[in-house]
Every structure is written in C-alpha cells, then in structure tokens.
Design a protein around this ligand. Sequence first.
Ligand code: HEC
Length: 239
Amino acid sequence: MRILLGAVLALLLLALGGGAYIYSGAYNVAASDAHAAFVEWTFHKTMHNSVEEHAEGIDVPDLDDEQMVTQGARAYQQMCVSCHLRPGLESTVLRQGLNPQPPVLAEGGHWAPAEQFWIVKHGIKMTGMPAWGETHADQELWEMVAFLQRLPGLSEPQYFALMETQGGAAPQNDGHDHNHGDMSAMMQDSSQGHHAQSEETHDDTAQQNHHGDNGEAQAESAKPASAQEDDHYADGHTH
Ligand code: HEC
C-alpha cells in the first residue's frame, strides 16, 4: 500500500513538474537553437519508425518511365530545390534557416521508393517538410519519386538537360494547371547574394534554362497579388 502511494505521488510530481515546465515558457522553440542530443534522437527515431510503419504495403509503379522522370524533374525544380537543393546549388536563404536542415536529396539516402512516396505525400510534422498530397495527385507524387531515383549522381548540366527531354517545355511549366508559386527568390544561392542565378556559370543548356527561369519569374511577380494563388511566400522578403 505504501509503495503504491509512493508511486502515485511520484507520478503526480512528475506531471506537475512537466506542466510547470510547459507553462513556464522555459523551453526554447527557436529554430536557431540546436536540439539537445536526446531530443534530436527521439524525434529522429520516432520519424523513422513512423515512416517505415506507414509506408508498408504501398504498391510501387514502374519508376523507370522516362516521361515520369522528366515530369518529376520539372516538379522538383519548382517545388523542392529551395529546401533540398540541386546539383550545382550549395545553399538557399530558405534552407539555411530551417531546423532540421532538409537533407540534400542528390546525395541519395536510405529510404525505399514507397517510403519516399509516403513522406512526399504526407509531409513530416514540425519540420517544414510539406504534405504535397494535399495539392497533388498520387501520379504526380510518383513522378517526383521517379525523379528522386535518378537525382543522385546527376551533374548540373545533366540535371537541367533532363527537364528538356520531352518537347522542351520550360521547367516552370510542369504540365499541371495550377500555379505553384514563384519560389525563385528562395532558390538562389544565399552564399552568392540575390543575383546568383544570372551570374552563375553553366554550360549552354543550363544557361538557357536559367534565363527561362528568370523570365518566367519576372512575369509571375508582375502579376497582381490576387492572381498569385498559392504564392504565400513568393518573394521571401516582404513578410
Ligand atoms: C520548406 C522546405 C521543404 C520543401 C519545400 C520540401 N521539403 Fe522535403 N523535407 C524538408 C525537411 C526539413 C525534411 C527533413 C525532415 C526530418 O528530418 O525529419 C524533408 C525530408 C524529405 C524527404 C526525406 C529525406 C530523408 O533522407 O530523410 C524527402 C524524400 C523529401 N523531403 C522530398 C521532398 C520533395 C520531393 C519536395 C518537393 C516536392 C520537398 N521535399 C520539398 C523540407 C522541405
């Protein structure tokens, strides 16, 4: 009886302590504040096991389809580069401030395609990784996953050439009928300042692409704000 009472009392103290900690505001939620090692470990393990568990039983389509890879490359250039970089881009202003830092997807990784699909579709809570399934059909998400299989090992010219392979549509046009928002300001290499895109040196293919990018970007930002549906963080400066 006495042991039981002791245990209940200990639990009560723990709960009170926890509550006091939460309400005191002592915990630092700043993204600029590094996690304690055990917190980092806990989050990482939790995320890892959760993805493995949830991705079980997902059927993977044929990811070698060239058209899928091309479409996926265009989508990646529009929506993922600002956080996950691309061959030839070292950093961006958006990426630099994120905690956790988005992994460099060109370096490959340990996730199987079904797990990548699950992550891309559902996102990861409290990390900045969006749930792209809220706005994209599964087919479009598989295109991104197909491209992710190809990405590791691509050189910068190969990366840009891949987007050109079908019909030569500009990378800004990924064939969907909605506006993805102009994230070009955040895709710029933050180590080179804001004009990095036009100053970078590429081979001809890449250069053309960049000029295409810039043209599109300017055209987009010239639109009235109301026309920029999902451009909530389009310019990266005024908010
Ligand atoms: C706003 C930043 C941001 C954008 C944009 C973004 N991601 Fe992420 N993504 C993250 C972060 C942060 C993580 C790491 C989460 C973690 O460590 O728990 C992540 C993780 C991932 C992972 C798991 C990789 C690994 O090795 O753990 C994949 C795959 C991924 N993202 C794909 C994409 C794709 C594809 C796109 C574009 C459609 C995209 N992401 C756009 C922030 C972003």
